[in-house]
Design a protein around this ligand. Structure first.
Ligand code: AMP
Length: 477
């Protein structure tokens, strides 16, 4: 690996969806985004085409709050794409919401992107030197400028040309007045799947989504994944596939299996639920402990805890209950309640935990603050021992490909040993799953190879952000 420049890190976690050839295209995209809401809760948008004009509506907030019947009525046509996004870019968040819609020399285009580009800074500088005027601070806008500036004559050729120039993670859906394009970067970082939906007109509609759970909700049938380095064009003439770049070693994000995707999705050809249960089984074999109860941190630790319990024979119990209706802001009582923020979301079931030796299972420790509070809560509820088990290796390096991880100085495992972390979170014992165990559980080698950079610091692209990965001391309180 050579570190050659500062990359972009927009902390974008996103879901994308597209429908071609359906009289209720925008409604189907809305439903798909609803199923993909876990991939981003900050803003959402849908663009549709009635074959004459592109319509585009985006706003801050949750999909179901933004897209009322009335709003969807303003998104007519048989083609639509959509996007849901989590980002930490603050004020500029609505500006950076997607789909991005532009009118350029190649016509009207709308674009939605999941993943982070690592060479967007350099490309943006070059494009600006050539006169491009950017409207947003998002890396995705670079793609539309590259398409507009391409010397290629046809739009598919201009898109292929643009896709060859961008580096990093991109699962893209793009719409013109009469066509949908779906593309995945040559390393296949983020998921993107294709499905068909029976249609009254006889010809099935074609659907794309980040995760297969979006297909289930609209009754679409999963066909296949968009391949790394492939872009699929759907138009009146049918479905066409082309390879825009030579294949590279596949680096699909293993964290999609660990945490990010919904367990009812099939990602990179493998059911997420199966991976998560196998993670728990591997963990039980690698890090056994004598205990009375296996308790998941809901929801992220639930399936791995089922696997841990089945493998170890230690009974599973929902010893922590999650409130699913916690909003963004809340009023704190004047009298200080310890760990109020976490307690609002999670509450221990005292009669289950009292007097018990508990194995707590979660998917990951990032900064360590959540685990510390949860361990304390379980202890306060009367548990006699708390053993923390994590269903992946220590997170030691930030992600540059679309998962929101803090820079290295805030990652506890980049700064402390496992024993020091155990002490910090206050557990009686702490163990993480090994990298080999993680890969086995996610079936690496069968049909997929993974990016594990957040656990190894070995990045599968040349460009990463030097500042983000250079260790800097931080005071852990
Ligand atoms: P922390 O307090 O930073 O250690 O937070 C750990 C918790 O955050 C775990 O319960 C994880 O399930 C969750 N988590 C890990 N990665 C992410 C992410 N990229 N986005 C949101 N939550 C995450």
């Amino acid at each position: 690996m050579s570190i050659i420049e500062k990359s972009d890190k927009f902390h974008d976690e996103c879901g994308v969806m597209a429908v071609h050839g359906h009289q209720e295209a925008s409604k189907l995209v809305y439903l798909g985004l609803y199923a993909l809401q876990h991939r981003g809760q900050e803003s959402a948008g849908i663009a549709s085409s009635d074959l004459v004009r592109l319509h585009n509506i985006k706003a801050m907030g949750l999909v179901a709050d933004i897209f009322t019947e009335d709003v969807l009525g303003r998104l007519p046509g048989s083609l639509a794409i959509g996007h849901t996004r989590y980002s930490t870019t603050g004020d500029s968040a609505l500006l950076n919401a997607q789909p991005i819609r532009v009118e350029c020399n190649k016509g009207a285009i709308a674009l939605a992107h999941n993943g982070n580009l690592v060479n967007a800074h350099t490309l943006r500088r070059q494009l600006e030197q050539n006169g491009s005027i950017f409207q947003t601070t998002s890396d995705t806008e670079v793609v539309v400028h590259l398409i507009a500036q391409s010397k290629e004559q046809t739009l598919p050729d201009a898109i292929a040309d643009a896709l060859r120039r961008i580096e990093g993670a991109f699962s893209l859906v793009l719409m013109t007045r009469d066509r949908i394009f779906a593309a995945r970067d040559p390393q296949g970082f983020r998921p993107l799947s294709m499905a068909t939906l029976p249609n009254a007109s006889g010809r099935p509609s074609v659907v794309f989504a980040s995760e297969s759970c979006a297909f289930d909700l609209i009754g679409a049938r999963y066909e296949r994944d968009v391949k790394p380095g492939e872009f699929v064009v759907v138009g009146n003439e049918g479905v066409h596939s082309r390879i825009f770049a030579a294949p590279r070693p596949q680096s699909s994000c293993i964290f999609e299996h660990v945490y990010f995707s919904r367990p009812d999705s099939v990602i990179f050809g493998r059911p997420v639920q199966e991976s998560r249960e196998a993670l728990g089984r591997e963990l039980a074999r690698e890090a056994p402990v004598v205990a009375d109860l296996v308790v998941p941190v809901p929801d992220s630790g639930v399936t791995a805890a089922v696997g841990y319990s089945n493998e170890s024979g230690i009974p599973f119990s929902f010893g922590l209950i999650r409130n699913h209706y916690v909003g963004r802001t809340f009023i704190e009582p004047e009298q200080r309640v310890r760990d109020f923020g976490v307690r609002l979301k999670l509450n221990p079931v005292q009669h289950l935990l009292k007097g018990k030796r508990v194995v707590l299972i979660d998917d990951s420790i990032v900064r360590g603050t959540t685990s510390r509070k949860i361990v304390r809560m379980v202890r306060d509820a009367g548990a006699t021992e708390v053993h923390m088990r994590i269903s992946c290796p220590p997170t030691i390096s930030p992600c540059f490909y679309g998962v929101d991880t803090p820079s290295k100085k805030h990652l506890i495992a980049a700064n402390k040993s496992v024993e020091e972390i155990r002490e910090y979170i206050g557990a009686d014992s702490l163990a993480y799953l090994s990298l080999d165990g993680l890969k086995r559980a996610c079936a690496e080698g069968e049909n997929v190879t993974y990016c594990t950079a957040c656990y190894t610091g070995k990045y599968p692209t040349d460009i990463v952000d030097v500042e983000e990965i250079e260790p800097a001391p931080v005071a852990w309180k």
